[in-house]
Ligand binder design. Structure first.
Ligand SMILES: *Cc1c(COP(=O)(O)O)cnc(C)c1O
Length: 433
């Protein structure tokens, strides 16, 4: 009975143990027919860790998420049974490692509705954005050209552009957001000039949690024949992603913010875009033939993957993405929306709390606030004493916070393994800081 229930829920019997050993608290991810959140929590060993005498309440998911057992076990299995270098050597282990790595590429591709040839493995969103800047934009950039960003970018989607702009005498233009943290789409269209060569924008703001209209932005960009890159570091694990539906030319995300390991990330590039890129780094794996005079490169994606990649990381990431897909990204989005509504309601009522950007706009994963008369770091420390992990600081988005007149904030950020009880616990702790 339980086994068939598990089969129904997960599509495979791997998780029967966690179903048997943990009772539901009655809250289902995805509503009727969904998965009890307590069942899911049992898959994440770190969620039972104790911090300052309390079971941890982990609300720092915009900085990094936690790993389910299946990811930890998959990486251990890779290292115990399959590890070798990939693509070279014709021995059995090399074949196993290559299969595992290329299977991970297929999984990453289908997670965002791309083709496996459009997936470049990188260290994370940061490296993905640097790669796009150096391989696809810098070679075409001339003095006076413009690269457009938005006011709510992570530093990883500002600094690489600044570096290449400086090198080429180009400049950055920044599309504003309104007082609720929403992109001003009219301005976006008006600010595109004949000198605009490239647009790069976040999908979800890591500081405010507001969602950018990337589909509309991509359509506008393409009407003007400008390629557009979407920084998906804060969206990939929180909503279904279909890069074809968005219509972007590039989409970047980090494994560690999507239940996967650190040091692995994904850059999606449209096939015809990838064909046009210059190599990012040189070395093994990315070449077809080398002489001291010249080198012929591999076709994409290998052309952009110099050296030995993070094979175990890719394998672990693929397992993480499978786990997310079994849960169903639509169900995750609905459940997290409900958690976010509760969180914003509680913050609205909490004494002295002001939510940055107000409480009108939809938030995904993260929300930022200040407490009147108390430094953000002090709020963070008080919450930590209550076993609650949140981020206090500038969240690598200084220009975005300054737009709202603050230098820092307290930022709780959720995942689908958080519960309504944990949100209530945060609200209680905030009343006594
Ligand atoms: C975290 C983050 C990044 C950078 O990701 P890394 O994993 O540190 O490379 C880029 N953009 C956004 C919006 C982020 O939240």
């Amino acid at each position: 009975m339980l086994e068939s229930l598990a089969n129904e829920m997960w599509g495979e019997p791997l998780y029967v143990d966690s179903l048997l050993s943990h009772k539901s608290d009655g809250i289902l991810i995805g509503g009727v027919g969904g998965i009890p959140v307590e069942t899911i929590r049992a898959d994440f060993p770190i969620l039972s860790e104790r911090v300052n005498g309390r079971t941890i309440i982990f609300l720092d998911n915009a900085a990094t998420t936690q790993r389910p057992n299946c990811v930890i076990e998959r990486m251990a299995r890779y290292y115990s049974r399959e590890h070798s270098n990939v693509h070279r050597g014709a021995h059995t282990l090399a074949a196993r490692a290559t299969d595992a790595y290329e299977d991970a590429r297929r999984e990453a591709a289908s997670f965002i509705n791309a083709d496996q040839r459009e997936i470049v493995f990188v260290r994370g969103a940061t490296e993905a954005l640097n790669l796009v800047a150096h391989s696809f934009v810098k070679p075409y950039l001339k003095p006076g050209d413009e690269i457009m960003l938005t006011a709510l970018e992570h530093h990883a989607n500002i600094v690489p552009w600044q570096l290449i702009a400086k090198e080429r005498g180009a400049r950055l233009t920044v599309c504003p957001v309104d007082d609720s943290g929403q992109l001003m789409l009219g301005e976006f269209e008006r600010m595109i000039t004949p000198r605009t060569r490239f647009i790069s924008m976040t999908h979800v703001s890591n500081a405010l949690g507001t969602v950018m209209p990337v589909n509309e932005a991509a359509a506008i960009a393409h009407r003007r024949h400008i390629p557009i890159c979407v920084d998906g570091a804060q969206s990939a694990a929180h909503m279904p992603i279909d890069v074809k539906a968005i219509g972007c030319d590039f989409y970047a995300f980090s494994g560690h913010k999507a239940l996967g390991p650190t040091g692995i990330g994904v850059l999606y590039g449209k096939a015809d875009m990838l064909d046009r890129g210059e190599p990012y780094q040189g070395g093994g794996n990315m070449i077809q033939d080398v002489t001291f005079e010249s080198t012929r490169y591999q076709a994409p994606p290998q052309r952009f993957e110099a050296g030995t990649g993070n094979i175990a990381g890719a394998v672990g990431l693929a397992e993480a993405l499978r786990y997310l897909r079994r849960l169903d990204m639509n169900a995750i989005e609905r459940y997290e929306d409900a958690l976010m509504s509760r969180l914003i309601d509680e913050l609205r009522r909490a004494p002295g709390v002001s939510i940055i950007g107000g409480d009108e706009a939809r938030r995904v994963c993260a929300v930022s606030f200040n407490v009147a008369g108390i430094q953000d770091v002090k709020v963070g420390e008080a919450l930590d004493r209550a076993g609650i992990a949140v981020r206090a600081g500038h969240h690598c988005a200084q220009p975005g916070l300054r737009r709202f007149g603050v230098e820092s904030s307290v930022r709780p950020s959720i995942s689908f393994y958080n519960t309504f009880d944990e949100i209530d616990e945060l609200a209680r702790a905030l009343r006594v800081v």
